[in-house]
Design a binder for this molecule. Structure first.
Ligand code: ATP
Length: 438
């Protein structure tokens, strides 16, 4: 990439980060104490955007289907889970430390493994660093009380496979889905919410007979593209990377990374992995629980294989923001707006009385606001400053529609609806607002 291009892209990242703070999407974690590396807090608009993403995902992959069951497993699990899954022995990244400035880096992220990218000092020998956060559960701190904050939501699904089977009796193929926090003691958290030490995942483990794995893999790959369309990420910035066998996780027989063209480079957004029967077999042998499936039709018993579509919530959040960030000129003025799809926009409609010192306008605007809020939920009222300023404020947080109540509204019950992307304004009857917007 040319230097000028790179600068422009870094600039985009700076603009997104600054907008996130200015408008209440994301704040530095523990900011008043100087912050904490790899930790961020989501503000009022950020949490709404994140919840919209999670709710849409749950709707598409759980509610709208008949073959996927949801769970919400505990974050702290018996440490035997992580021994069986291979995380205690193998969930590590290669770490190198600079002998001069003592900074630590992920060796696989460095172009030159000998020279420190910060101070050009000599780098020490590479060693494996386990990324799980270790803790002690209960009042005694010894080897028997060790537990870990989960580094992935997937294991909470595998350990509940038998529970779901015994309580709901699903027939293969079926899936179990979970949304929740995961924790990784990343060596070098960076790039805003892209790589943090505490993040959220949305994962599905889809179980089937092993003979069907290729067909299932294709199916889930297409489903992931459908999801990208739903959240406005199908515009060409996502590409697939077939992960080479040497780079795949120990449990995977095939992995595709879905990469997004972030301002700081093309990086993993999601993963799709064929985990074979590795996890169920391992948990079965380590726990002595029977994690097999009995197929009535063929009267056979076997351990199902599994495909895992894995989605990071925070990386989705960041990709959606980068994709939506737009600067243009409207009516001779430059503006910044977030081109969010309606389904994830944190605010759907803003309602304005044309003038705030005219009680009849404010009263009418409040009535319309209450009606729209009852239907759409995410509706705000704004009477601060002139209409132009109010439009710009809403554009900047990605509100798709602004509704203005003026003196004509009092006469004929019509309002002006203004479209965020085009700036076009249309006069419609109050009763038709909902129809226009959906
Ligand atoms: P990377 O190679 O970038 O470290 P990974 O291959 O270790 O990622 P997975 O183990 O496949 O990631 O995790 C599944 C998903 O969880 C990722 O696709 C990503 O969206 C999300 N994720 C993983 N690590 C982080 C992190 N540190 N911060 C935010 N999201 C993450």
């Amino acid at each position: 990439m040319k230097k000028a291009e790179k600068k422009a892209e870094n600039n985009l990242m700076e603009k997104v980060v600054s907008l996130c703070k200015r408008r209440g999407f994301v704040f530095q974690g523990s900011e008043i104490y100087g912050g904490m590396a790899g930790s961020f807090d989501y503000g009022p608009l950020g949490v709404t955007l994140k919840n919209n993403i999670k709710n849409l995902w749950w709707k598409m992959f759980v509610e709208n289907r008949t073959d996927v069951y949801g769970v919400d497993a505990a974050l702290l699990m018996n440490s035997k889970v992580w021994e069986a899954s291979g995380h205690v022995s193998g969930f590590s990244d290669p770490l190198v430390e600079c002998k001069k400035c003592k900074r630590r880096f992920r060796a696989d992220h460095l172009e030159d493994k000998k020279k420190c990218p910060e101070c050009e000092g000599e780098l020490g020998a590479e060693r494996q660093f386990n990324m799980m956060f270790k803790t002690h559960v209960g009042a005694t701190e010894d080897d028997t009380s060790v537990s870990y904050l989960r580094p992935e939501t997937a294991q909470g699904i595998f350990v509940n496979f038998k529970n779901v089977l015994d309580s709901l009796h699903p027939k293969l193929p079926f899936g179990i889905a979970q949304i929740g926090k995961a924790f990784r003691n990343e060596i070098a958290p960076r790039d805003f919410v892209f790589r943090t030490r505490e993040f959220e995942q949305m994962e599905i483990e889809y179980f089937f007979h092993k003979k069907d794995w290729e067909e299932q893999f294709e199916y889930w790959r297409k489903q992931m593209h459908e999801w990208l369309k739903l959240i406005g990420l199908a515009g060409g910035n996502v590409s697939e990377l077939e992960v080479a066998p040497a780079d795949r996780a120990h449990y995977s027989k095939r992995t595709i990374d879905f990469e997004y063209e972030f301002p700081f480079g093309k990086k993993e957004l999601y993963g799709l992995a064929y985990r074979t029967d590795f996890d169920l077999s391992k948990h079965s042998s380590e726990s002595d629980a029977d994690l097999s499936y009995f197929e009535e039709e063929t009267k056979t018993r076997f351990t199902p294989h599994v495909i895992e579509p894995s989605f990071g919530v925070d990386r989705t959040f960041l990709a959606v923001l980068c994709e939506a960030y737009t600067e243009d000129e409207l009516g001779g003025e430059s503006r910044t707006y977030l081109k969010f799809p309606l389904n994830i926009a944190p605010v759907k409609i803003a309602v304005f009385p044309l003038l705030k010192n005219k009680p009849e306008l404010v009263e009418k605007a409040r009535t319309i606001f209450a009606e729209l809020k009852a239907t759409f939920g995410a509706v705000v009222f704004d009477d601060n400053g002139n209409i132009g300023k109010r439009y710009r404020r809403q554009d900047e947080i990605g509100t798709p529609y602004c509704v203005t109540i003026d003196f004509d509204t009092l006469e004929d019950n019509t309002v002006t609806i203004r479209n965020r992307n085009t700036g076009e304004q249309e006069r419609v009857r109050v009763s038709e607002i909902a129809k226009k917007i959906i």
